[in-house]
Design a protein around this ligand. Structure first.
Ligand code: SF4
Length: 117
């Protein structure tokens, strides 16, 4: 007997939206990758702009937060990769960003400029 994978409605919705977001990013959406948000002021400025968006304004969330589908790296050192999988806002089992202003399904290898360790 084959084992059937049970998928919850939330997983299905996450998977669908993740795929839509990936498509948007792969099709050349220009996002604000830099400057990175290292200071409190920079973080506040980006978060403030994200707070002006509606929950479903996915494109502008991607733009303002500076999403990329590969890890951002400020230098040549692989250890310095800024990827969702090492970010404090990343929920591993759900593959989800729980930063309140984003709340989006993501992939472990994506990145944004609000990355925090
Ligand atoms: S805040 Fe962290 S988990 Fe969320 S998208 Fe940015 S890098 Fe990924």
């Amino acid at each position: 007997m084959s084992e059937e994978k049970i998928t919850s409605p939330m997983q299905t919705a996450d998977d669908q939206l993740r795929s839509v977001l990936e498509d948007i990013l792969k099709h050349g959406l220009k996002t604000e990758i830099e400057p990175r948000a290292y200071s409190h002021e920079q973080i506040y400025e980006i978060v403030f702009r994200l707070q002006t968006l509606t929950k479903e304004d996915y494109k502008n969330k991607l733009v303002f937060a500076g999403f990329t589908i590969t890890p951002y790296n400020p230098g040549d050192n692989v250890d310095e990769d800024q990827a969702c999988e090492t970010c404090m806002y990343y929920l591993v089992h759900r593959r989800f960003c729980e930063l309140p202003e984003l709340m989006l399904p993501v992939n472990e290898g994506w990145s944004c400029r609000l990355w925090r360790i």
